[in-house]
Each structure stands twice: as C-alpha cells, then as structure tokens.
Design a protein around this ligand. Structure first.
Ligand SMILES: CC(=O)N[C@H](C=O)[C@@H](O)[C@H](O)[C@H](O)COP(=O)(O)O
Length: 230
C-alpha cells in the first residue's frame, strides 16, 4: 500500500464523477472518461459508487480512489462503514470517506470506522476534511491520507471561489501523513501551487470531467459581454 502512496506522489488525480440524472452518469461513460484522463497523465482516478468503481477496476491500471456519495447534506461522502466496505470490495485501493468529526449515520466515529474497515480490507483510507482541526483529528484517527475536499462544503466553512491553498499548507506543515489538495482546483497553476505548498498530490474534478459546469463558465462569460464594444 506504500506503493500506492508513492504512485500518487507529485501527481494529478482526476475525479471522474457525474451526478444524479446527468447524461454522463453511467459506468461505461465514466470509464471512458477515466481512460482519457489516464492517457493525459493522471496518476490515479477518483470515482464514485461501487458500479462505476467495479467497471473502472476491470479496465484501468492506475490506483482508484473510491467513494460512495449518499445524500447531499451533513455526512454524505462514504457515510458509513458499510459504504466504505462496499467501495473497497468494488476494487478501490484508497477509500475516501468523510473525515469530519460530525455524527455519522451508523453511529461509529472515524477511528472506529477506519479500524473496522481495515480488519476487513487491506485498503488505504483518505479522510476528506474541511478544517485544519479535522485534519489533525483524522490523522490521529488513523487516516493514511488527509484531503481538503470538504473545505467550503460544511456549514462552518466558507466556500471561496478558488481552492483552499492555505489549508493545504497548514496541514502539510503539521502532519506527517500525505496531504491531498482537492476542491475547486480550476487551473494548472493552482494545482502546481498546491504541490509547492506541500501537497502530496492534487485532485481535479469539475475543471476536467464535468462538461456541463465548464460550459456554463464559458456561457456566463459570453452573456456578461463585458469585453464587447457598446
Ligand atoms: C464536496 C464534494 O462533494 N466533492 C466531491 C468529492 O468527491 C466531488 O463532487 C468533487 O468533484 C471532487 O471533490 C473534486 O473537486 P472539484 O470538482 O472542485 O475539482
């Protein structure tokens, strides 16, 4: 498993996810997207749901960072031990789960979730956190990697337009586990800066794999028309 951490070092992990009833939300399409990002240089793929993960595991050679989203509010990223076990059984080498210290739906705390998951599966655990304090607690709870994924997505954090690079730098300065920079990395420069500020690797999702959002950025810029002569 140390080998997986080494494969991630200094690299780009691309999150290949579609949501709800979106047209690209099927295992076949997301697996093709994942193959395309690997061809472009992604060292690993982050993906959602046992069905997508199983398909990707059969067709990709890179490590999979797997999660299972359930719900939208509070704890929704791989919320319970059973979700985590299903992600591991689908073939993910790294199980990404909510690493905040909020109550989990199955009543287990993070340390117990990680301990019981490891009893069942030889996986790495990535704790998705939203604050520095959560990152410290997640490392103490046994997480192998700590990601800034949830900064801006909890009730007590602010969603800045860009990534939370300060959180990356603080966590990297304080913890010995690898820090994964994730959340609103929209440009290559931002991703490179995360590595300079101590990240072990960077996860980019929307800006590479979510065409509806990328298109909306361009469409909005045309609608504003600020640059057009009046
Ligand atoms: C908060 C949450 O639900 N994040 C999810 C976690 O897997 C995904 O929806 C994000 O796309 C992923 O974190 C990558 O981030 P971005 O798409 O900003 O590059």
């Amino acid at each position: 498993m140390d080998e997986v951490i080494e494969r991630l070092r200094g690299g780009l992990v691309v999150s290949c996810q579609a949501y709800g009833g979106e047209p690209m939300n099927d295992a076949e399409t997301m697996t093709r997207v994942a193959q395309a990002v690997v061809a472009g240089g992604a060292v690993a793929v982050r993906a959602q749901g046992p069905g997508h993960l199983r398909r990707m595991r059969a067709e990709l050679d890179v490590p999979l960072v797997g999660l299972w989203k359930d719900g939208h509010d509070d704890v929704f990223i791989t919320p319970t031990l059973e979700h985590a076990a299903a992600v591991a059984e689908a073939g993910a080498e790294v199980v990404a789960l909510d690493g905040t210290d909020r109550c989990r739906p199955d009543g287990l705390d993070l340390a117990e979730t990680i301990r019981r998951l490891r009893e069942r599966h030889p996986v790495l655990v990535m704790a998705d956190v939203s604050t520095f304090e959560e990152g410290v607690l997640a490392a103490e709870a046994g997480a192998d990697l700590v990601g800034t994924t949830l900064s801006g997505y909890t009730a007590y954090t602010v969603k800045t337009p860009g990534p939370d690079l300060d959180l990356v730098e603080r966590l990297a300065g304080a913890l010995s586990v690898p820090i994964v920079a994730e959340g609103r990395y929209h440009t290559p420069d931002q991703a490179a800066e995360a590595l300079e500020r101590g990240a072990h690797c960077v996860v980019v999702g929307t800006a590479i794999t979510h065409p509806a959002t990328i298109t909306s950025w361009f469409a909005a810029a045309l609608e504003t028309g600020d640059r057009r002569a009046t």
